[in-house]
Design a protein around this ligand. Structure first.
Ligand SMILES: *[C@@H]1O[C@H](CO)[C@@H](O)[C@H](O)[C@H]1NC(C)=O
Ligand SMILES: *[C@@H]1O[C@H](CO)[C@@H](O)[C@H](O)[C@H]1NC(C)=O
Ligand SMILES: *[C@@H]1O[C@H](CO)[C@@H](O)[C@H](O)[C@H]1NC(C)=O
Length: 359
């Protein structure tokens, strides 16, 4: 008997220290346990919990705030509101993992990982559980799951977040087809961009992108968009479309890449100087002007979203020479809008420069 009492005391002590521990490190879930208990038993006979996201996808610009709608209700309606738990989670386009974004009970919530302090619930009306993401980043795209938990009932709905942006092909300075998949990821990141998804490339193809070199996409496949069938891009026999080589080996195979960039905070401008700059001087000149030499992604974003149009080739951070045209005209390169490239000239040659300022 004495032994049993000691054992019980010990168990209680362990339990107590566990609770004390969780109370200090994880207040939210500690409370959760008590709420579930305090909420009484669940009466779900004949009552159905419904969760819905009215849109299957939502588009946003980088840096903006976006609302992913979601709501829940009961059928038949309940007379008194119930305290539910809401959980939002996210799967990136590239992976099958799902990570926690936000968990809430009532008006209390916690956010996690990359979403920490960047998300909240809208809760405008009863049943409203829309997720607001502030300062949307390129890597936020993917599938979001809105889950509502009432006791043992648990329903969820999905909504995709997409970004409006611009897709651009990128070729290594060493020439065509030099990039493994990890190289491709690195390159796009260096251009203030991410490796494009198939959906992003497809949308760019619909808007007229035509490119005869195959490039990596975020899912590890290699594809290229053709609007004007021709030799040697698959030949005249093939219809326009996004053509796929399928999934390639991420370390052994080498291609170009399609990068994706969205809108820009700040702007890109051409820095005038009658003497022009070699590459080292160009980097310096932007710094002296209170900014930085622009990346390829920033130039594409400024062309696409700010209408940057300039008939002067300028250095960019990767050592390439490009210029952005929104209104094609004579003596200004190809007769179509785009960011046109002169490749990677010798670094001692003299040109203008495009600088990026975040203000
Ligand atoms: C986004 O939301 C935050 C917090 O609610 C606010 O401070 C900020 O001004 C909003 N940004 C934009 C671009 O609306
Ligand atoms: C928005 O996020 C970017 C990184 O994605 C960061 O550099 C920038 O400072 C953030 N802006 C605000 C207003 O928090
Ligand atoms: C650019 O010119 C400066 C002199 O103004 C020189 O020191 C530098 O080496 C040159 N850079 C290149 C890449 O030629």
């Amino acid at each position: 008997m004495e032994k049993l009492r000691t054992l019980l005391a010990l168990i209680l002590q362990v339990l107590y220290s566990c609770m004390a521990y969780s109370a200090s490190t994880n207040t939210f879930f500690y409370q959760d346990v008590f709420n579930a208990n305090g909420n009484g038993e669940i009466h779900f006979n004949g009552i159905k919990l419904q969760v819905e996201t009215p849109l299957s996808s939502v588009f946003a610009l980088r840096g903006s705030n976006v609302t992913l709608p979601c709501r829940f209700w009961y059928e038949p309606p309940l007379n008194s509101p119930r305290r539910v738990r809401v959980k939002w989670s996210w799967s990136p386009v590239t992976g099958d993992r799902e990570v926690d974004v936000l968990a809430a009970i009532g008006h209390r919530y916690r956010s996690f990982g990359d979403f920490k302090d960047r998300v909240y619930l809208q809760q405008d009306r009863p049943g409203d559980t829309a997720l607001v993401i502030t300062n949307v980043s390129l890597s936020d795209i993917g599938r979001y799951r809105c889950e509502v938990i009432d006791g043992l009932e648990d329903e969820s709905a999905m909504v995709d977040l997409e970004l409006r942006g611009v897709v651009f092909p990128y070729q290594s300075r060493d020439g065509r087809y030099r990039l493994t998949f990890p190289d491709a990821q690195q390159i796009c990141m260096g251009q203030d961009a991410t490796v494009a998804t198939f959906d992003q490339l497809y949308m760019a193809w619909q808007e007229g992108l035509d490119w005869c070199n195959a490039g990596w996409l975020a899912d590890g496949t290699v594809q290229y968009p053709i609007n004007r069938p021709r030799h040697p891009c698959g030949g005249l026999g093939l219809a326009p479309g996004v053509r796929s080589y399928g999934a390639r080996h991420k370390h052994f195979h080498h291609y170009d890449v399609f990068c994706f960039s969205s809108s820009l905070q700040g702007g890109v401008y051409y820095l005038e100087n009658p003497l022009e700059f070699n590459f080292t001087e160009a980097v310096r000149a932007c710094i002296d002007d209170g900014s930085q030499i622009a990346t390829v992604g920033q130039l594409f974003a400024a062309w696409r979203f700010l209408g940057l149009d300039r008939c002067d080739a300028g250095w960019l951070a990767d050592g390439s020479l490009r210029y952005p045209i929104t209104t094609p005209r004579s003596n200004c390169g190809p007769h179509k809008p785009g960011v046109h490239s002169f490749g990677f000239p010798p670094q001692r040659s003299r040109h203008g420069v495009y600088c990026y300022s975040s203000r």
